[in-house]
Design a protein around this ligand. Sequence first.
Ligand SMILES: Cc1cc2nc3c(=O)[nH]c(=O)nc-3n(C[C@H](O)[C@H](O)[C@H](O)COP(=O)(O)O)c2cc1C
Ligand SMILES: C=C(O[C@@H]1CC(C(=O)O)=C[C@@H](OP(=O)(O)O)[C@H]1O)C(=O)O
Length: 331
Amino acid sequence: MNQFGRLFRISIFGESHGPAVGITIDGCPAGLPLSEADFEADLERRKGGQQKGTTPRKEDDIPQFISGLFNGKTTGAPLTILFPNNNTRSSDYEKLRAVPRPGHADMVARQKFGGHEDYRGGGHFSGRLTVCLVAAGVVAKKLLAQCKVEARILEIGGETDLEKGLQKAIDAKDSVGGIVECSVAGVPAGIGEPFFDSVESRIAHAVFSIPAIKGIEFGAGFAAARMFGTEHNDAIINAEGATATNHAGGIVGGISNGNELRFRVVVKPTSSTPKEQATWNLGSGAVEPFSVKGRHDLCIALRVPPVLEAVAAVVLADLFLEQSFIPRIIS
Ligand SMILES: Cc1cc2nc3c(=O)[nH]c(=O)nc-3n(C[C@H](O)[C@H](O)[C@H](O)COP(=O)(O)O)c2cc1C
Ligand SMILES: C=C(O[C@@H]1CC(C(=O)O)=C[C@@H](OP(=O)(O)O)[C@H]1O)C(=O)O
C-alpha cells in the first residue's frame, strides 16, 4: 500500500493538485531535535523552477508539523508533516483527460481505480509527493549522524557534460533521462539480512517508489558481467575486513561490509514531453496525435539527487533501528 519500513515506518498521502501532500513517520525515536531549518537545504535542492530544465511550478515547500513534535523535539508519537499545494493549474489536465499520456500513470490509474482517481497533475502518482520523501529523509539523516549520504548526477541524455545533455532535450523539444549515483559513507559492517532483507533489496524497494526510476545497480553493477572474478573480487586486506576495492558497492551476501554503499539509478525521460506523440483518445476511440501542454520537468534526473539520498537514509534508519544501532529515546 502506501507504507514502507518496519520500525521507521513512513506512509505518504496526498495528490499533486489536492490541498496538500504529506507524510507520517511512525517509529521515529523520541527526543530528536527537529526544526523547520533542518529541512530547508534538502527541500530547496528538490524544488522545481530554480534551474533550467525543471518544472516552472513553484511551491513554497515549507513543512507544517501536524503531530509528533513538541518543544522542538520528536515525542515518539507519529510525526506528520504536511506540504500545502498552492500553485496548481488543474486546467492543463482537463484537456488531457481523454488522452492518457504514454509513460505516465494516467491509463493504469484509470484501469486500477475505475476513473475515481484524482487525475489532476498525476494525482497520487505525481513526483510532487517526493517532497514528502525528502522530508522523511531529513529526519532519517539526523538519526544517521555517523553517515554521510550524498547523491550526484552522472549523466544526462547520455552525456557526462550535463549542460550538453540538457541542451539535447531543448534542441529536440523533447525530454531526456539520466543516471544518478548515491553513496553512503559510515555504514558499519553487519547491517541487513542474507535473503529477503538484503540491503540491496531494501534499498531497491524504496528506490523504485520514486516515480520515473527504471533501474538500479550496486557497486560495479552491470559492468560485473564483463569482468573476471579476480577483477571483480574486493581483496580483503586486514582483520576488520577492509578491502582494496569496492566493486561490491559495500554489500556482500546482503550484508553491509563496512565499505561505502554505492549505487546508481536510471531516471527515465519525462513522459510529458512537449513533442507531439500519439495515444488512444478515449473520447473518439482512435489513436490520435496530441502534445502535452503544461509545466513539466524536461529532465527529472535534475531533481532526483535529494530524493535518492532521502530514500537511502530512510532505509538505513530502519535497518539501524532493527540492529538497535539507534536508541529508542535520544537523551
Ligand atoms: C521529482 C520528480 C519530478 C517529476 N516531474 C514530472 C513531470 O514534470 N512530468 C511528468 O510527466 N513526469 C514527472 N515525473 C515522473 C512521473 O511522476 C512518473 O513518470 C509517473 O508517475 C509514472 O511513474 P513511472 O515513471 O515510475 O512509471 C517526476 C518524477 C519525479 C521523481
Ligand atoms: C509539483 C512538482 O512536480 C510535478 C511532478 C509532475 C509529475 O507528473 O510527476 C508533474 C508536474 O506537475 P504539474 O503538472 O501539476 O505542475 C510537476 O510540476 C513537485 O515536484 O513539487
